[in-house]
Design a protein. Structure first.
Lengths: 100, 173
């Protein structure tokens, strides 16, 4: 996405409901006026969850990448790819928004 | 509809991070939490309801849409979702009688009532039923009061079900 950079700070949208259920994160968008478990339900895998939990409106994508790289002893470039990939996916679906 | 749901794998769509939609079943207690969260936002909630206790008007896996519960506009015949006070289970059944302290509620296909359910145990109200992608009109319209009264007097199985069965036979001819 054109306006997403490593310095971007994201927040969870107000138009979702999310719950951790049996180790999985379930996200139900409600922007349409209906929380639709049949057609519009999202679950994040383990990688997605690790990133999601760090998106707090304070940390930039760069900060999140550094944090994860340290925790998983992984190369920041590879982590950044995952972080940006998830961010783009969830921004597209209006589950995340760019702060400011 | 009052059976516990078990967790299934969601349909594999989306990306390597996000699985999207498709029926996912979660246990009753978690479903209650999600529904409460959605209702707290003043929004509706849609999901496939398991169980046979509201048959034939709501059948197993019919998709129901729930709207926030309004005590002042709820009437006899309304189908509501409530948390059974003594088990914590989510149940979707019909209001059959009113009292000051709550509603008497019963599943259309159940021989016994759920009893007197206090108003604060009721989370939301069914406003739409879908089956095989089509809206089902029966059971939520003006006829709901008659259904509630027949259910209260345990006459549904004697009067209505033979008619429903005959109707489905005629339709097949």
């Amino acid at each position: 996405m054109d306006n997403l950079t490593p310095e971007s700070i994201l927040v969870h949208s107000d138009d979702i409901v999310s719950r951790e259920i049996e180790g999985e994160l379930i996200i139900v968008p409600i922007a349409s006026g209906i929380g639709d478990m049949e057609d519009e339900l999202y679950t994040l895998n383990e990688t997605g969850r690790s990133i999601w939990e760090r998106i707090d409106g304070k940390r930039s994508l760069q900060n999140i990448t550094g944090d994860l790289a340290e925790e998983y002893s992984a190369t920041p470039d590879i982590i950044m790819k995952d972080v940006v990939g998830l961010a783009e996916e969830l921004l597209k679906r209006k589950i995340l928004v760019i702060k400011g | 509809m009052n059976e516990n749901q078990t967790k299934d794998q969601p349909e594999e769509k989306g990306t390597s991070y996000v699985h999207i939609g498709g029926p996912i079943s979660i246990s009753n207690k978690y479903l209650i939490g999600i529904i409460r969260d959605v209702m707290a936002h003043g929004q509706m909630f849609r999901f496939a309801a398991p169980g046979f206790s509201m048959s034939p008007f709501i059948r197993d896996r019919d998709v129901i849409t729930l709207a926030p519960y309004e005590r002042t506009t709820c009437r006899i015949g309304a189908v509501v979702a409530f948390v059974r006070p003594w088990t914590g289970q989510l149940v979707v059944h019909r209001v059959i009688a009113a009292s000051e302290d709550g509603w008497r509620i019963k599943g259309d296909n159940n021989p016994e009532e759920d009893g007197l359910i206090p108003h604060d145990a009721i989370i939301c109200q069914v406003i739409k039923v879908e089956r095989d992608g089509k809206n089902i009109q029966h059971g939520l319209g003006p006829e709901r009061t008659i259904i509630a009264l027949l259910s209260r007097w345990n006459l549904l199985s004697y009067l209505l079900y033979p008619i429903v069965k005959l109707y489905s036979v005629i339709r097949r001819i």
